[in-house]
Design a protein around this ligand. Sequence first.
Ligand SMILES: [Zn+2]
Length: 286
Amino acid sequence: MTKPCIICVAITGSLPRKANNPAVPITVSEQVDSTHEAFEAGASIVHAHVRNDDETPSSDPDKFAALKEGIEKHCPGMIIQFSTGGRSGAGQTRGGMLPLAPDMASLSVGSNNFPTRVYENPPELVDWLAAEMLQYDVKPEIEAFDLSHILKAKDMADKGHLAGTPYVQFVMGVKNAMPVDRDVFDYYIHTVHRLFGEDAPWCAAGIGANQLRLNEWAIAAGGHARTGLEDNVRLDRDTLASSNAELVRRAVDICDRNNRPVASWQETRRILGLRLPENTEKGQAA
Ligand SMILES: [Zn+2]
């Protein structure tokens, strides 16, 4: 198989702290450094949350703006994806950074349980976030915590609430949500192909030790892969990951073993139908 594989690095998230792994980047400058190292290692998408100085989650658009500026400067061409997930704010504050027009943003289209609470995504809020993404030309990544979320994306696309072919990420292994289950994984792929076409891209993320398993499954099955300290702070049971880049390199190794070239940022923009960045020459995009 020679289809390029997109590697997304989820650098920070809203949960892991320095106490869990000192390599988790918290300040904007730490985030830019960690992203740069991951970009050099092969990641072409950065999925980002921002934090307050005390490490608690933030939804401050000014922090997102500073992060975007730093990544654009140090990682030209890299695709910037902001989280609109529910741990970083409530209601419309979750989308307060969308007017910054990042390339992409995560979009959860339904509710489910999380380890200690309900992950609430009421229809009104989902519609509002999707409308903001349309307005600012932000490509959503649909976070599928459940099969129904993939069908909801189809419904939204049919109604013109999402631009282009939906890009779905299967999230597996969050406690109390969808576990890591191979039959479900295969059926997710089948469903994406049935609804969006045989060439429709998809990706997968596993939480904790399941990050490695989902990387292996997705890469072998022709999908794209997400890694990073947001989802998993360890290399194995006894070893903390030294950086986001180290986790990216592990995904690159899996690509090598599966004869999949790692997608450049240009290839990633083409596969996902993303615009070219403002600060690069059009001719550079392959
Ligand atoms: Zn996230």
